[in-house]
Design a protein around this ligand. Structure first.
Ligand code: WT7
Length: 634
């Protein structure tokens, strides 16, 4: 990939001749223009590439804005596209999934084999009473059964709610309780950095706090001892060897707008929001974005090194690759275990062609120097990808040079749990600027505006908005439609725009530069956490009466958590209490939420209306001026 001086401003990397020739899109501007001029026409063509039980009547129904509906009247199931249709083609015997465990064990599944496992487990779930309309909670390590469970839920028409395996008791309990799940699918544990985790024990505590679960299915992964309750808990392998687990299971015919899954994500309130995605629009959007952005070719081996428990994994480990008939890779453990060459070893061993990961993972591996990667043959790589937070140019260049050997374009994809799939992203042919997610995907009109909704000048900071609906958009917040309007559509109600919650800039060339969240949402190692969630975990400790959590910039993790707490009458701060509070948050939410700093204070800076002024705390923690304090109460 040659670096040239051209009309584009700044540090620009142009695609090689080889990439230009192999890419399925040759002219972004032209196709983009068409997709905007006739948005519904564009999506209709893409939807037509999928398998539907019944064709839709209307592409877009906007009669109840902002509750948009897509492909109304259409009948579909995502599994009919991700599995069933491949069974009647050459893809049937191709590998759908290559999985490697952290200890080095591995398993592979062809589409044929995956169908058998998914069908069997679908029947098991039905035998446990699962029916269309239910929400099943999944809390698993990164093992094939996680993917089998997701697909089995979708196949029989139940929505899944996957809770990230790194979350802990309270985070799991409140998600189970919000979803009102009767069935929980979990495992005894998984392997992380050489040690077994104990998911089942955490699940036991969570089920005690949130008693809706009637049946709990447990996969045996680590073999560590765990408590199983007689008439509630069942081993997966026992159920799968019973006659109920027949390998014949019809895929349920779903309405395009029927829910496929709920995925909880952090927002500005203490309670996580359950975003709802559907069978129709999500299938169309994820498969289309994957095909264009990573220019997927049938012989490719694709590795999205995320956890299936987050939207990245839902869309781009499980659904989009499988719909496209791709071979997807799943790895259970840490990138630097037992040594920092673990990922590079995987790429060489499986001949991976596309790697999609996060800036925080790249920075983490960069620390160990280039020699770990240089020992491995990475020549199979054609494209690279990044997601989760802005990628700093230094990490971009390392990724480009050391991993991509200067020949693999980096697709820096900006999107969110709410958007279902890529929104602002390059294509392989796009000239790249390190740190910029470049331009909107087909059918997407993005802009950066001021408070009134006027586009800001090039290079000025503003609020990122999306000006039109798209098929992959979340339809609502589960059981809280008012909040959905309030959070995403209220601020630009007149214009009908979607508020992303990020600040950004656009440069003279129309390239988008994402700056970061402009609400009280933090990104710790690319994971999304709300200040309010961390605060409520702190307040649940008997020594704490009030708490304020903020994110401070960190070279490796993006953000680290700084908490200020006010202690209960008669309790005084100590180093021991500080450690206790950190562990308490870790135990309630999970290791990613553990504060780096806990400081004790007499009071918190608040506005006259009683809102915590986190920006004042942030300035203080960073030793900066606090800025405008006119609204400060005291
Ligand atoms: C937030 C959404 C969608 C997959 C993972 C995150 C930030 C995401 C980028 C990027 C700069 C990014 C934004 C966004 N973000 N991708 N390429 N460049 N920032 O999903 O957990 O819902 O978080 O992640 O701040 O709002 P999520």
């Amino acid at each position: 990939m040659a670096k040239q001086k051209d009309k584009l401003e700044g540090d620009v990397y142009y695609p090689s001749q080889e990439i230009l020739e192999s890419s399925r899109v040759k002219d972004y501007d032209c196709l983009y223009k068409q997709s905007i001029e006739n948005r519904e026409g564009f999506w209709e063509i893409e939807a037509g590439k999928l398998s539907w039980y019944k064709k839709w009547g209307k592409v877009l129904d906007d009669s109840k804005k902002p509750f948009y509906k897509w492909f109304t009247g259409g009948k579909i199931n995502i599994v009919a596209n991700a599995i069933d249709r491949h069974l009647v083609s050459d893809t049937r015997n191709k590998l759908a999934l290559i999985w490697e465990g952290e200890p080095g064990d591995f398993r592979t599944y062809s589409f044929f084999a995956l169908n058998r496992e998914v069908s069997k487990f679908g029947n098991v779930l039905k035998a446990l009473g699962a029916k269309k309309g239910d929400v099943i909670t999944i809390y698993m390590p990164q093992i094939p059964e996680l993917i089998i469970a997701m697909l089995a839920c979708a196949k029989i028409g139940t929505a899944h709610s996957v809770v990230y395996g790194g979350f802990s008791v309270e985070a799991l309990a409140e998600r189970i309780s919000d979803a009102q799940s009767n069935i929980l699918i979990t495992a005894d544990g998984g392997f992380r950095r050489g040690k077994p985790t104990n998911l089942k024990n955490i699940a036991n505590d969570a089920m005690r706090r949130s008693p809706t679960i009637i049946s709990c299915v447990v996969v045996k992964r680590t073999g560590e001892e765990c408590f199983m309750e007689g008439d509630r808990d069942f081993w997966y392998h026992d159920l799968m060897s019973m006659p109920i687990a027949s390998a014949k299971c019809e895929t349920e015919v779903m309405d395009a707008e029927d829910p496929l899954f709920i995925l909880y994500t952090s927002g500005t309130t203490g309670k996580p929001k359950g975003l709802v995605h559907t069978h129709g629009g999500y299938t169309v959007y994820t498969s289309t974005t994957f095909r264009y952005v990573f220019d997927y070719q049938p012989e490719d081996r694709w590795w999205c090194a995320a956890d299936p428990g987050w939207i990245t994994g839902h869309s781009y480990i499980v659904y989009a690759p499988m719909i496209n008939g791709a071979t997807t890779i799943l790895y259970e453990g840490a990138p630097n275990y037992p040594y920092p060459n673990r990922w590079w070893q995987m790429i060489e061993k499986y001949g991976i062609n596309i790697l999609y990961t996060s800036p925080t993972a790249i920075r983490g591996l960069m620390r160990f120097g280039p020699s770990w990667a240089e020992r491995h043959d990475l020549s199979s790589l054609r494209l690279l990808g990044s997601v989760g937070e802005p990628i700093n140019p230094e990490a971009w260049k390392w990724y480009h040079e050391v991993i991509g050997k200067g020949k693999c374009p980096i697709m820096d994809t900006w999107w969110q749990t709410e958007t279902g799939g890529f929104m602002i992203t390059p294509l392989p042919i796009t000239p790249l600027k390190p740190g910029s997610a470049t331009k909107p995907f087909f059918g997407i009109e993005a802009d950066v505006v001021d408070e009134k909704g006027n586009s800001v000048k090039p290079g000025e900071e503003g609020t990122l908005v999306i000006k039109n609906p798209w098929p992959g958009m979340a339809r609502t917040i589960f059981r809280d439609p008012d909040q959905y309007i309030e959070k995403y559509w209220k601020q630009f109600e007149k214009q009908g725009w979607y508020l992303a919650g990020d600040s950004a800039k656009v440069d003279k060339d129309g390239y988008f530069w994402i700056i970061g969240r402009n609400d009280d949402v933090l990104k710790v190692s690319g994971y999304r956490l709300g200040s309010a969630e961390i605060e409520s975990a702190l307040i649940s400790h008997p020594a704490v009466t009030e708490a304020a959590a903020i994110g401070l910039p960190d070279k490796l993790k993006g953000n680290i958590i700084h908490a200020t707490v006010i202690l209960a009458e008669g309790i005084s701060g100590s180093v021991e209490l500080e450690d206790q509070l950190k562990s308490h948050v870790q135990k309630e939410i999970g290791p990613i939420a553990k504060p780096k700093f806990v400081v004790f204070a007499e009071s918190l800076p608040k506005t006259r209306s009683g809102k915590i002024m986190r920006r004042v705390l942030k300035a203080k923690a960073l030793g900066q001026e606090a800025g405008d304090l006119t609204t400060l109460e005291d």
